[in-house]
Design a protein around this ligand. Structure first.
Ligand SMILES: Cc1cc2nc3c(=O)[nH]c(=O)nc-3n(C[C@H](O)[C@H](O)[C@H](O)COP(=O)(O)O)c2cc1C
Length: 501
């Protein structure tokens, strides 16, 4: 079975989603005796500063239950030596090299980013706004959303390389910080950096680290990292690189399910130098065993499960014997109105749908009445543009009420549920007739089962539900009364059945 493991972080293509985290893999050379570095998705090198840095006074590392506390303080060889001594080794590999950038001032971040952008073999920059072990820059910048915006936008102007912002977990709410980084032009986010901690020698009352406090990493931080990766992935439309406590393939699969497009192995490299390779192989084995041909099927799976559960909880998944508009029969029917009747839930789901089309410079959202009206309105609200709906008059999809689609407008067509895609297709044609451009079709639920729809569809939830030709419908054979959706005769909800069971 051929399995697609490739993922993209902006225009950076990785052959697999497993990187090694900054500061835990040196400059690559240290790990080259253990395996072929070409096998990695990407290498993120130790944090670089403009000048050589000695780091913090020792001791700099303390072991903790299920983790370690470090206060290395960004010891590194500095930009010049990195370029002359480290890059020639690294650029032999086809694996993308991501450089972790650190400054005490915004100017230093800008200068480093400008200089590194000229260096052959540097594939992307990871801007570290999260180091907890330095007095200036790092985490001091990363805990303030406005500062994150400022640094990101200034660095954005200084480089054309893919720009990844590394976020700190040492904040009350990471979502607005992630959002500001995206608004300022970040191409991706990596999280989490280490969690600020302290170790005391109980016999002397002295700190165990020279820097007093340090950053906690390893399995101890994994639940915090997973929670934050999920929160951030729900918030932004740029890719997230998840890290924190990955020591086995299952950990990486959890981060991917939480919404990470890629992961990084950090502290685990110290325990087992070839761990990243084991993680890659383990992901591959899992996908093969489950017959999943593409890694993207598991990315964000957790979020989709939560959305599905929401539909079940709101009794939106009906069970019975239904006549669909295509003429086929089905045992299940999605009644999205059950979900959309809750305005804040409608807002929330449509915001997630809108996220899939952010950055596409859409001018107008249109949905067919009835199902598409609320969805169009909420998606448009999120994109800050206008929303209209179309109606069927004498069987023909039309614009009424003075609604207009202007030629050359970039239009998004939305629906609540796509089954055969009939209504959406009619709206697509309406948009084209007006001389406007259809940018895409979005739906809360796609239950088309991979049918050729004639347009490209992005949906929050993709679900396989069997449909039958009337003459071979097993529900007809059981003499179950046939219902046209909308009526609740002979309908139970899946939630009711689950309750009964
Ligand atoms: C010894 C050590 C040094 C680190 N140095 C850096 C660094 O220079 N830049 C950076 O962004 N993160 C640095 N980190 C943070 C890691 O890249 C990673 O974000 C964090 O450790 C969580 O992942 P883990 O639990 O798998 O280690 C360092 C972590 C450790 C343990």
């Amino acid at each position: 079975m051929i399995i697609n493991l490739t993922v993209k972080i902006a225009r950076l293509e990785l052959k697999n989603p497993v990187m090694v985290a900054s500061g835990t893999f040196g400059y690559g050379e240290e790990y080259a005796p253990f395996f072929d570095l070409n096998r990695l998705g990407a290498i993120v090198v130790k944090g670089i500063t403009l000048k050589t840095r000695a780091g913090n006074p020792p001791p700099r590392i303390v072991e903790t239950p299920a983790g370690m506390l470090n206060a290395v303080g960004l010891q590194n060889c500095g930009l010049e030596k990195f370029v002359t001594d480290k890059m020639p080794f690294l650029r032999q590999f086809e694996t993308p090299i991501i450089v972790n950038v650190n400054g005490e001032t915004i100017d230093e971040y800008i200068k480093l980013s400008e200089e590194l952008s000229q260096v052959e073999g540097v594939s992307a920059l990871e801007i570290n706004l999260s180091c907890p072990n330095v007095k200036a820059g790092g985490m001091a910048f990363g805990v303030d959303p406005d500062m994150v915006y400022l640094v990101t936008s200034m660095v954005r102007r200084a480089t054309r390389l893919p720009l990844i912002i590394k976020l700190s977990p040492n904040v009350t709410d990471i979502k607005p910080i992630a959002q500001r980084a995206e608004e300022a032009g970040a191409d991706g986010l990596s999280l989490i950096n280490t969690v600020l901690g302290l170790a005391i020698d109980h016999k002397t009352g002295q700190p165990q680290l020279g820097n007093i406090t340090g950053g906690l990493s390893g399995p101890a931080v994994k639940p915090i990292a997973l929670r934050m990766v999920w929160e951030v992935s729900e918030q932004v439309s740029i890719p997230v690189i998840g890290m924190g406590g990955i020591t086995k393939p299952e950990d990486a699969l959890e981060f991917l399910a939480a919404g990470a497009s890629a992961v990084a192995v950090g502290t685990g490299n110290f325990i087992k130098p070839e761990l990243a390779i084991e993680v890659i192989e383990g992901i591959k084995d899992y996908l093969a065993k489950e017959k999943i041909a593409d890694i993207h099927e598991i990315i964000g799976r957790f979020s989709r499960e939560i959305t599905y559960q929401t539909f079940i909880d709101r009794e939106a998944l009906l069970e019975g014997h239904f006549l669909l508009s295509s003429g086929r029969h089905s045992g299940r029917y999605f009644q999205a109105a059950m979900v959309l009747q809750d305005p804040s839930l409608a807002s929330n789901l449509c915001a997630k749908l809108a996220k899939k089309f952010k950055g596409e410079q859409i001018d107008l959202v249109i949905g067919p009445a009835m199902g598409g009206v609320i969805v169009a309105h909420e998606v448009a609200k999120n994109l800050g543009i206008r929303a209209i709906f179309s109606e069927r008059v004498s069987g023909k999809m039309q614009l009424r009420r003075g609604f207009r689609i202007n030629p050359q407008e970039r239009v998004l067509v939305v629906e609540d549920v796509i089954t055969t895609g009939g209504s959406a297709k009619e709206v697509v044609d309406l948009v084209k007739q007006a001389g406007a451009e259809v940018i895409g079709v979005g739906s809360l639920v796609d239950r088309s089962g991979g049918m050729e729809l004639g347009f490209q569809l992005k949906a929050l939830l993709k679900i396989e539900i069997e449909t039958y030709e009337p003459d071979s419908c097993p529900l007809c054979q059981k003499d179950l009364p046939l219902v046209k959706p909308g009526s609740r005769t002979a309908i139970s909800t899946l939630a009711e059945r689950l309750k009964r069971e």
